[in-house]
Design a protein around this ligand. Structure first.
Ligand SMILES: Cc1cc2nc3c(=O)[nH]c(=O)nc-3n(C[C@H](O)[C@H](O)[C@H](O)COP(=O)(O)OP(=O)(O)OC[C@H]3O[C@@H](n4cnc5c(N)ncnc54)[C@H](O)[C@@H]3O)c2cc1C
Length: 240
């Protein structure tokens, strides 16, 4: 019989609740899967700011279609996910609003919480560690899974503090930066069009976002500058 448990059953799995962890807000995201008659040419990853209140839409081009997503990032889940997704779909071609619509839960990071009990740890999205600014959840899921396995290995070898050490590692190496991501998100998604103009449209922004997703630059390095830039954009002549 197993001595330790890694709970990794995603945003909607029951394990975190069964183990008595603090419940987290589960947001509903929308997905529109579109298949095109012809292969997509010159497809690029893109965002849309304006159709979804407190959030955005995004598009991942595929070889023969698009995978569109929509979610709020602050406040409550969007009540109507289909209308903005189908509107967005139509911008990629006539009739493309008729894709297959799905919803999927999303557990964004919303503070540092204990991720261990006496004999179990939470890893991946069930630990609510998804980036609250970009919804990036795969990298933290892989990272936390790896750290969880190492912690259990240490526990099996007699380290009584190994599981507590896991919580601490995730706080320090992920949660600390997510605090900054959340601060940016709270400003950005209140005024996404302005945030886009002063934050994302800048030539350096794509590079910075790439560096963040690659773990080369942290949100802490850029947050104050970004928040200040969005704030001063309300003052005529500033923040451009
Ligand atoms: C619309 C949308 C778009 C996203 N886009 C991105 C993106 O572009 N990049 C990115 O990094 N992240 C993205 N994410 C987030 C990312 O998909 C997740 O954070 C990541 O997949 C979490 O991985 P996980 O292994 O923790 O959970 P999951 O991938 O959800 O895996 C959990 C697994 O547990 C299984 N499970 C659940 N309950 C039970 C049960 N009772 N019994 C047995 N099995 C069970 C599930 O079937 C599932 O296979 C997106 C999320 C959404 C909703």
């Amino acid at each position: 019989m197993g001595q330790y448990l890694i709970a990794a059953d995603g945003a909607a799995g029951p394990l975190a609740d069964w183990l008595g962890f603090t419940p987290h807000k589960v947001r509903e995201a929308g997905i529109l899967e579109i298949t095109t008659a012809e292969p997509v040419e010159n497809g690029a990853f893109s965002f849309e700011f304006g159709l979804a209140k407190n959030g955005c839409l995004w598009s991942f081009p595929k070889q023969q279609g698009y995978s569109l997503g929509a979610s709020s990032f602050i406040g409550d889940s969007l009540k109507d996910l289909q209308t903005p997704l189908r509107q967005y779909g139509s911008t990629f071609g006539t009739g493309l609003e008729r894709g297959n619509f799905y919803t999927h839960p999303l557990k964004l990071w919303n503070g540092n919480y204990p991720l261990h009990t006496e004999r179990a740890v939470l890893a991946g999205e069930c630990a609510a560690i998804v980036d609250p600014l970009t919804a990036e959840g795969i990298r933290p899921a892989l990272y936390s899974g790896m750290m969880a396995a190492q912690a259990i290995d240490r526990a099996l070898n007699g380290d009584a503090e190994a599981l507590a050490g896991y919580t601490q590692t995730i706080y320090e190496n992920w949660g600390a930066d997510m605090q900054w991501a959340q601060r940016i998100a709270k400003v950005f998604f209140r005024v996404p069009k302005i945030g886009y103009r002063v934050g994302i449209k800048r030539p350096t922004a794509t590079k910075r976002l790439g560096q963040i997703l690659a773990g080369e630059v942290s949100y802490a390095d850029i947050a104050n500058r970004v928040i200040k830039r969005i704030g001063t954009s309300f003052v005529p002549g500033m923040g451009r």
